[in-house]
Design a protein around this ligand. Sequence first.
Ligand code: AMP
Length: 280
Amino acid sequence: MSPFFTKNEVKIRLNKSKNKSIGLVPTMGSLHEGHLSLIKTATKENDLVWVSIFLNPTQFDKKNDLINYPKNLNKDIKLIKSISNNINIFSPSEFEMYGDKIISKVYNFKKLDSVLEGKHRKNHFNGVATIVSKLLHLFKPKNVYFGEKDYQQVLIIKDLINIEKIKVKLILCPTVREKNGLALSSRNKLLSSNQRNSSSIIYNSLKYVAENLYKSDFKSIKKNLINKIEKINSFKVEYLEIADANTLEICDKINPKKTYRAFICVSINKVRLIDNILLN
Ligand code: AMP
């Protein structure tokens, strides 16, 4: 199972499996059990599964973040093989996906990308949408798989699918966590074991919001939680917000008739960890 490196190779392979349903799992590599859960779900729901492994430069606003992002294609291949030998891997070069102009398309996601990650990482979601659009047009999958951990990304991709009228079903997969609650992320590899242990406070804070929002007001909960998190050496809260789960409108109070999520981003020596939780 060696990876396909070019779009042409992919097209030839796709031509050979014309009547088969395709499930696509887009990733940036350095795979962990979170990615593998998406791939496993995809293998159950499609005739053929493609995993793309591409560290997409246009979604990184900081050069060092891209440079330091963990990479290990050989290990990724082994992990995918451990699920099945019939999974196809597409691991293109930057040139293959972008030619010599590594730039993103500019979309209008309205409010969806003006808050949370969109506010803190300029042009991030234009980069995400650009690469996902390229992949969806190449593979034309029946289903595409995304993780709930990157919930804002999921809303953006749903919007992209609408904007570009792409025929595909987006399947949302639950967040896989370490025993201590920390959401699995390729970036966790950049933490020391102490930092990784202390990072359990991220999900615990979200759970605290979910359990206490009805008893106390969010502003004071938020202040206390940020204080607690930032007492840990090098932990910095970039945001802790509640937002409407469909529009991402930020709010302090929730209306029982609507659905909300709490979102958090903590950076630990420039390693950004994000997570979110359903509130009602
Ligand atoms: P990435 O390689 O970080 O771009 O992630 C590829 C896909 O895996 C995205 O749809 C992510 O939301 C998803 N993903 C990443 N971490 C997890 C996790 N801990 N649990 C479930 N899905 C995840």
